[in-house]
Design a protein around this ligand. Structure first.
Ligand SMILES: *Cc1c(COP(=O)(O)O)cnc(C)c1O
Length: 328
């Protein structure tokens, strides 16, 4: 059966999403290059319409549905970037989208998804109850469930980032990227490792609730307690019945590192002050690891993926204006 996702699938995804998803820039950072002692580049997945890379996988997944499936509508469980991505992709294709979330989700996140014309369904007081509602829509109305990471079309869509990187920086030596469910890093790693197994792929998660990190060490998917974190877009489990990303990450990812809340905050401040970029916590962990953890194998041409910018602006300005002893 193989990996479930090949380089060929990623090239196919690239053609499939080209008319809906823009190519993103890769920019050199002189300041990070100076600090890291390696040539550092930033991949700006922050510039997408929805402010995060997840649009790539969502568009690829929906484009691969049959017309009959698309007519039944799609459903996602998400409080953030995945919900936005599915809503955007569905609107793009004229499909109905329902995004299920719990009572606990704040109004600004609800309205961001409503603005993309998706139906927001608020159920219960936990993610589990929101998931039960999505399952009901699938069972009773035949809607199509769109998983945030554990699906070959989603992984291949995120993998288009890897193909773009190889074109812009063929001599890439090392990649740092945020790691949660692992769709993002799996797709990129399939592309980079096909070009050269020597390209080092490093996943970065937060200390507070890193599900893939613990699963890799346990040798199988394990549940972890979800904790509040600045990197909220990296929260949640990998699924105890994980089908694709656990084995792809096991096979292709060379190292996984954790960063603290303080290091994430410091990276967000650094990116704002020195690079003039607004990056959410989950999007800044790659830079947090580079600045504070110095993972082994950082040499030559290093890419940090900045995976999203969807941060509450009041919280962000507060964080930017607060001074914490750090390197920023
Ligand atoms: C979802 C997300 C990630 C992690 O992607 P996975 O495929 O779940 O590993 C990283 N950064 C941001 C901003 C995200 O929204």
């Amino acid at each position: 059966m193989g990996d479930g996702v090949t380089l060929r699938d990623i090239y196919e995804a690239r053609r499939t999403i080209a008319s809906s998803v823009s190519r993103t820039p890769l920019v050199a950072s002189q300041e990070l290059t100076r600090r890291a002692g390696a040539s550092v580049f930033l991949k700006l997945e922050t510039v997408h319409d929805i402010g995060a890379f997840k649009i790539r996988g969502a568009v690829n997944r929906l484009m691969h549905l049959s017309e009959a499936e698309r007519a039944r509508g799609v459903v996602a469980v998400s409080t953030g970037n995945h919900g936005r991505a599915v809503a955007y992709a569905a609107r793009d294709m004229g499909a109905r989208a329902v995004v299920c979330m719990s009572n606990l989700v704040k109004e600004n996140k609800r309205s961001a998804i409503k603005q993309l014309d998706a139906e927001v369904r608020i159920v219960g007081n936990s993610q589990d109850e929101a998931e039960a509602e999505a399952d009901r829509l699938v069972a009773e109305q035949g809607m199509i469930s769109v998983h945030p990471f554990d699906h070959p079309h989603v992984i291949a869509g995120q993998g288009v980032i890897g193909v773009e990187l190889l074109e812009d920086l063929p001599a890439i030596d090392c990649l740092l990227v945020g790691l949660s469910g692992g769709g993002l890093i799996s797709g990129i790693a399939v592309a980079l490792k096909a070009a050269s197994p020597d390209i080092r792929v490093i996943g970065v998660s937060m200390e507070r609730g890193p599900a893939m990190y613990h699963s890799l060490r346990a040798g199988k998917p394990v549940a972890v307690e979800e904790l509040e974190t600045l990197a909220d877009s990296l929260g949640g489990g990998i699924g105890l019945d994980n089908k694709y990303t656990f084995s792809l990450v096991s096979k292709y990812v060379d190292d996984t590192v954790l960063v603290s809340e303080r290091e994430i905050a410091d990276a967000m401040r650094y990116l704002y002050r020195h690079e003039r970029l607004i990056v959410e916590g989950g999007g800044a962990v790659s830079v947090a690891a580079l600045l504070h953890r110095r993972p082994s194998g950082i040499k030559g041409n290093v890419v940090c993926v900045l995976s999203g910018r969807n941060v509450d602006m009041d919280a962000f300005t507060h964080l930017i204006n607060s001074t914490d002893a750090g390197t920023s």
